[in-house]
Design a protein around this ligand. Structure first.
Ligand code: RAT
Ligand code: ZN
Length: 415
């Protein structure tokens, strides 16, 4: 490509990546029927657990004193310690500013009360529409847990679904904490035993999964796992996966999404902000993909050191679709590295990002930041193709970006 051609082509790639609507395939957002479970606004943005963890490095309030504060007081403390007393250059801090700036707020005034005022006058429905527009998100997939006492009754009562939102069945307690879950399932009418003596318990777990998948219209079934998780193994976790989750997923065609690498509560004093990361032995994922070719697996891994191995696994198994730069890897330097590596090993047969937003407004910054990195990497790859005598057309760029932003994922789910 000539110099003269490069500038408009670069602008085209940026424009296409910036404007292609995305399916946000994993978030912690809720559709409006869940009322206060859908978090939004400035105080929620500031008390995001990513920022809570960072703030403890800058202020010296004891943990219990922090947790005893009201949400507004916590937000004030985080604003002062992370935005005013130091420059907000961490990714999670910068994200708050990207979002406020996108709303047209004048952040350089450092005026938290006037920002609060602006949010106080927002109507939720217009706010949802505007956040989705600014983020270029067309559909938001929720994380839905039947084990959540606030969420479960809403599903049980029933409501008119909002078509901008899809659901995913999240089952961490079922797989990781059977002793606590067994009595609950029994109480909800499933004939299960704490120590299964026959296949009955597993068929009842399947019935539970089938009921909930249907009730919420699940797009996939999901679990997060500790780094030392093994499969196969002589454990209740592995048995539930083999004898209930996988057969259920085969029956319904739903992918089973695994998110290995999280060490829960490495610092319990930090509550939701207290989880850590560890290197996973991905042999368990290899075993699952190899032993259950009729099942579809989605995966994202928390440790940076696992990313290359995960890409290689995806090359070996067409029943594995990898997605997202999850949590601690959702920072520009690692998104750049992971996206580059995934494109170089997998072409466009993966989903580079999900937002993991817990606060609606976060989709704005999570997608704006990621799009910038994805555009840069893609452009570099297209320019290299041009140098090899394979110029890429606008229509081809649009096709590729559609695939990366949900097309490949949806095809995988339907396959
Ligand atoms: O990224 C997060 O907000 C984490 O707290 C987790 O929710 C993680 O994404 C998960 O889904 O377990
Ligand atoms: Zn998540």
């Amino acid at each position: 490509l000539s110099e003269a051609h490069q500038v408009p082509f670069a602008a085209q790639v940026e424009e296409i990546v910036a404007s292609t609507p995305v399916y946000d395939i994993h978030t912690h957002l809720y559709e409006p029927a869940f009322n206060e479970l859908l978090l939004w606004g400035i105080d929620e943005l500031l008390v995001y657990h990513y920022l809570v963890a960072e703030s403890f490095r800058q202020h010296n309030l004891p943990y219990d004193k922090f947790w005893a504060l009201s949400k507004t007081q916590q937000a004030d403390l985080i604003w002062n310690s992370l935005f005013i007393e130091h420059s907000p250059i961490s990714e999670a801090c910068r994200g708050v500013l990207t979002t406020l700036h996108a709303f047209g707020l004048d952040v350089k005034k450092h005026d938290l009360p006037s920002i609060r005022n602006w949010f106080a006058n927002r109507k939720l429905d217009t706010h949802i529409t505007e956040c989705m527009q600014l983020a270029g998100v067309k559909t938001i997939c929720m994380t839905n847990s039947p084990f959540d006492d606030l969420e479960r009754p809403v599903w049980e009562r029933g409501f008119q679904r909002d078509e901008r939102f899809t659901a995913a069945l999240r089952i961490d307690p079922l797989i990781l904490n059977w002793p606590e879950v067994a009595p609950k399932l029994a109480q909800w009418g499933y004939n299960v035993e704490a120590n299964p003596s026959s296949g009955k318990t597993f068929s009842e777990i399947r019935r539970f999964l089938a009921d909930w998948s249907k009730r919420i219209n699940a797009q996939y079934v999901m679990v997060s796992l500790p780094p030392d998780f093994q499969f196969p193994a002589n454990t209740m976790s592995a048995s539930i996966i083999e004898h209930a989750v996988l057969p259920h997923c085969r029956d319904t065609g739903l992918p089973f999404a695994l998110m290995p690498g999280v060490k829960r509560a490495v610092n319990p004093q930090l509550k939701l902000a207290g989880d850590g990361v560890g290197l996973t032995d991905l042999t368990m994922l290899q075993n699952l993909c190899a032993q259950f070719p009729e099942n579809k697996f989605l995966a994202t891994v928390l440790a940076r050191e696992n990313q290359h191995e995960l890409c290689v696994l995806a090359r070996k198994f067409r029943n594995l679709h990898i997605f997202g730069c999850w949590w601690f890897t959702n920072i520009p330097s690692i998104i750049d590295e992971m996206t580059r590596m995934r494109i170089e090993l997998l072409g466009t047969s993966f989903t580079p990002q999900h937002s993991d937003a817990r606060v609606l407004d976060q989709i704005v910054y999570k997608w704006q930041h990621s799009r910038r990195v994805i555009a840069r990497v893609l452009l570099e790859k297209y320019l290299e193709l041009g140098q090899d005598g394979w110029p890429v057309s606008r229509a081809e760029v649009e096709r590729d970006v559609k695939d990366l932003f949900g097309g490949a994922f949806e095809r995988f789910c339907k396959s």
